[in-house]
Design a protein around this ligand. Structure first.
Ligand code: C2E
Ligand code: CA
Ligand code: CA
Length: 275
């Protein structure tokens, strides 16, 4: 019994070491077209427009020896070893290239959002680097959005705010990701100029399970709407989730009910042709 457990541990450890060595290589090569980084995408439903005109880019790794690797198995490692920014640049580049292709094909895409960790914005070259990537691909700035998650230590807050504002001046929209999952410094984070608040799936589940939670979630969503934020609910799996979130002031809906994350090229199947 012990032998089998030990064997499993060794296999798991070897897998981790392999992923880590690939991440290191991706970081060192810093090739914006690195084929090991794959962009998946999840279409987002726009309730007022009754169509899918935005989407979220989600990273996958495709490694020779083990195939497709999902974010929970490599994002924490990439963050810990400071490789994440190189990977974000690759995802941003690939997403922009694809947005340009959709636009050239006459498809309506309002924007696609890319995930960044707040720590990345502290790098003094952040704005310059992302501007270069977006411009070099010929993608209009307003077609790109950045998703940020609250962190315990947001570092130099005023600098962070000014970086967001300067990118927003170009037309880049900012999403507050995972709202409802640990807001110790909620008032502070709300001083940042977000455009869209993404309500985490845990809030959808809570609202389905108790009237009290539903009242709170609905109240928060109305408050954000009154303050000119758009509310997006994540993790919509069923028609009941959908109905409830529409009643709770949703502007956008995202979840398996509409589509699982798909390779970004396949997003074309969800987009309308421009008139
Ligand atoms: P996230 O940003 O909150 O992304 C949404 C996650 O929820 C995705 O998991 C998506 O597949 C999953 N999801 C979508 N619809 C549903 C649903 O209806 N029900 C349930 N239960 N889940 C749903 P994924 O793709 O495995 O990504 C996990 C996390 O990894 C992301 O959470 C994000 O924090 C991180 N991540 C993914 N791509 C990137 C990236 O390019 N950069 C960074 N920094 N983080 C990323
Ligand atoms: Ca996200
Ligand atoms: Ca999220």
């Amino acid at each position: 019994m012990k032998d089998i457990t030990e064997e499993k541990d060794t296999v798991a450890e070897k897998r981790i070491q392999y992923i880590l060595s690939e991440l290191k290589d991706i970081h060192e090569k810093a090739d914006l077209n690195d084929e090991r980084i794959i962009v998946f995408c999840q279409p987002v439903y726009n309730i007022a427009e009754e169509c899918f005109d935005t989407a979220e880019a989600l990273m996958r790794l495709k490694l020779e020896k083990i195939g497709m690797v999902f974010p929970d198995q490599f994002i924490p490692m990439a963050e810990e070893h400071d490789y994440i920014h190189t990977m974000s640049r690759i995802i941003l580049h690939k997403t922009c290239v694809q947005i340009r292709k959709f636009l050239d094909a006459g498809l309506v895409v309002k924007r696609i959002s890319v995930n960044f960790s707040i720590a990345e914005l502290h790098d003094e070259n952040f704005c310059k680097e992302v501007e270069e990537i977006i411009e070099e691909t010929g993608t209009p700035y307003e077609k790109v959005a950045f998703e940020l998650t609250e962190t315990q230590d947001e570092g130099d807050f005023l600098m962070l705010k000014s970086r967001i504002e300067s990118l927003q001046e170009h037309g880049i929209k900012f999403y507050l990701d995972d709202f409802g999952t640990g807001y110790s410094n909620f008032l502070r984070i709300m001083e940042l100029p977000f455009d869209i608040i993404k309500f985490d799936r845990s809030l959808v589940i809570a609202a389905m399970n108790s009237v009290k939670s539903e009242t709170i979630v609905s109240y928060l969503a109305h408050m954000f709407s009154d303050m000119q934020y758009s509310v997006l609910y994540e993790g919509i799996e069923t028609e009941e989730d959908e109905k409830k979130c529409i009643r709770m002031c949703a502007r956008y809906l995202q979840g398996y009910k509409y589509s699982k994350p798909i390779p970004i090229e396949q997003l074309s199947e969800y987009l309308k042709k421009s008139a």
